[in-house]
Design a protein around this ligand. Structure first.
Ligand code: SER
Length: 313
């Protein structure tokens, strides 16, 4: 399968592209983003998903059979410029879907987000639950899900995706998310032994470690279409409060000092999201099961960040 990945230099893409190249072969995975940076090798093309003509040219030139569409503006950044977030997230998505449909692309994979949920969502929501998000990012992801379902039922285009919680990783920093404190805390703990969280200590959110995230993408992409009962699937690795995260970091870095200064915007976003999500349908339909919990993730994050940031094991 020849795959095009948009937003490939971001937090997820920079790890998903190498994993896809392992499975599908280097030359079969074309990485793309607006500007080339980071360590992804070729094949790589500079591509803005808002340019439908360029997207179409790449899909034709490389005989693309599947698109993994990662390019998006996340929740906190989206609130700084809602019009831009709407443009990139919804028009980027419709461009991908239209080009896919018109060029007989077989599969389109788009991650959704816990941001589709809102304060009216019941606790521990399943895949089909009340979605009345209060962020432009969440609104655009609801639209993405609905468009994906529409292109599937209207045109038979196989659109599918994991609905992700906060993604924690050490290779490429995330940008613009509300949940990014769970990544920054590790960087700062390793570099400075202190961190000021932008949420209250009792703020609990669902999270997932990158290796589980990558596995979720690969499993879902391999799943037989006949086994899928929805197009977007909750996946969760763990759920913890900011204080539990700080306490766990302290098990490995005893001097770690955590402060909590809630930032009103990001606290409001965090408070509007569910504390955990029900991923039992993904477990049933395509064998999803997370392998990393808070403690094993924290150990691995700290070991790796010590190696890359301060050069000692
Ligand atoms: N990590 C994302 C964010 O905070 C959630 O999808 O925006």
């Amino acid at each position: 399968m020849r795959i095009l990945v948009t937003g490939a230099t971001g937090q997820i893409g920079s790890e998903l592209v190498p994993a896809l190249r392992e499975v599908y072969g280097r030359d079969n995975v074309v990485a793309s983003s607006r500007r080339r940076h980071g360590s992804l090798g070729d094949p790589f093309v500079e591509l803005d998903v808002l340019r439908r003509d360029e997207l179409e040219r790449v899909v034709r030139d490389y005989k693309i059979e599947a698109i993994v569409h990662l390019a998006a503006v996340l929740s906190a950044k989206g609130e700084q410029d809602p019009a831009l977030a709407w443009d990139v997230n919804t028009n980027g998505t419709i461009n991908v879907l239209e080009v896919a449909r018109a060029n007989k692309v077989e599969m389109v994979v788009i991650p959704s987000s816990i941001a589709v949920y809102g304060p009216e969502t019941p606790d521990n929501p399943g895949d089909i639950a009340v979605m009345r998000p209060k962020t432009i990012y969440g609104i655009s992801k609801v639209v993405t899900e609905l468009l994906g379902e529409y292109y599937y039922s209207r045109y038979g285009l196989d659109v599918r995706g994991p609905r992700l919680p906060g993604v924690i990783s050490w290779k490429t920093p995330p940008g613009g998310g509300t949940t990014d404190y769970a990544v920054e805390a590790f960087y700062e703990a390793v570099k400075r032994r202190e961190y000021t969280f932008w949420v209250r200590p009792d703020t609990r959110l669902p999270m997932i470690y990158m290796p589980d995230t990558i596995r979720a993408f690969l499993l879902l992409m391999k799943a037989d279409s006949s086994s899928l009962t929805v197009r977007f699937y909750n996946v969760q690795g763990m759920s913890f409060t900011a204080r539990e995260l700080a306490d766990t970091i302290r098990k490995f870095i005893p001097e770690f000092k955590a402060d909590f200064k809630p930032d009103p915007l990001r606290q409001r976003i965090a408070d509007s999201w569910p504390k955990s999500i029900d991923d039992s349908r993904a477990r049933r339909d395509w064998g999803w099961k997370p392998e990393w919990d808070l403690e094993s993730m924290a150990r691995d994050m700290i070991e790796n960040l010590r190696r890359v940031l301060v050069g000692s094991g």
